[in-house]
Design a protein around this ligand. Structure first.
Ligand code: B4P
Length: 193
């Protein structure tokens, strides 16, 4: 299986690039942000609890997102592999993902980290906020908090994968197709034996 962690700060292009990678490689897209927004739309208990945190730009508790991902991996365990988008966001989530994949006899192939400067992130999210209806994209303070939470809780996940020699940084600035080509190059390098 080809299992990719697509990593980066909020607005780095994870969701955008995931769409291109799942088409190119025939993978299953697992976005914890999309799953949580689906729960909010359906008005479930989990969705209502998550909404309060997401609207503030805070992370949803590890056990909630790990449970959601575990269920989706089980449903798609016979596929070609996964693009994990927006997950793992903490070291605890990264460790749990390793255990879940090991139980299925597979592992993460590589972590591709999209690198984009903070000013560009803010501009992209505010622009999306004009049409997305996402409360977390419409307020500069919430966006700043999302970036701060990323720096504090999520950025250290890079070290986790660097320790397994699976971390690869990719320039996330420029044309969307060019960035996909850079990601594909990094995937090819990671799968070359
Ligand atoms: P996510 O849904 O993961 O949202 P995100 O970080 O904003 O990234 P997204 O993928 O949507 O944006 P993209 O960079 O593609 O998370 C939302 C919230 O859910 C979190 O804050 C948290 O509360 C919660 N959550 C999710 N997962 C969690 C977890 N594992 N643990 C705990 N909590 C969790 O794109 C942004 C914009 O940039 C788009 O408008 C796009 O069109 C544009 N763009 C993309 N590439 C571009 C390029 N090359 N040039 C110009 N613009 C570009």
């Amino acid at each position: 299986m080809l299992n990719i962690v697509l990593f980066g700060p909020p607005g780095a292009g994870k969701g955008t690039q995931s769409q291109n990678l799942i088409e190119q490689y025939g993978l299953v897209h697992l976005s914890t942000g999309d799953i949580l927004r689906g729960e909010i739309k359906e008005g479930t208990d989990l969705g209502m609890k998550a909404k309060k945190l997401m609207d503030l730009g805070e992370l949803v508790p590890d056990e909630v997102v790990i449970g959601m991902i575990s269920h989706k991996i089980e449903l798609n365990k016979h596929g070609k592999g996964f693009v994990f988008d927006g997950f793992p966001r903490t070291q605890a989530q990264a460790k749990a993902l390793d255990v879940l994949l090991e139980l299925k006899g597979t592992e993460i192939t590589c972590m591709l980290a999209l690198e984009v400067p903070d000013e560009e992130l803010k501009a992209r999210l505010l622009e999306r906020g004009k049409s997305s209806g996402r409360p977390d994209d419409q307020n500069e303070e919430v966006i700043a908090n999302r970036v701060a939470v990323y720096q504090r809780d999520t950025a250290p996940v890079k070290e986790y994968y660097a320790g397994q020699s699976k971390y690869r940084a990719v320039n996330g600035l420029g044309d969307i197709g060019d960035i996909t080509a850079r990601l594909a190059e990094a995937i090819d390098a990671a799968t070359e034996v």
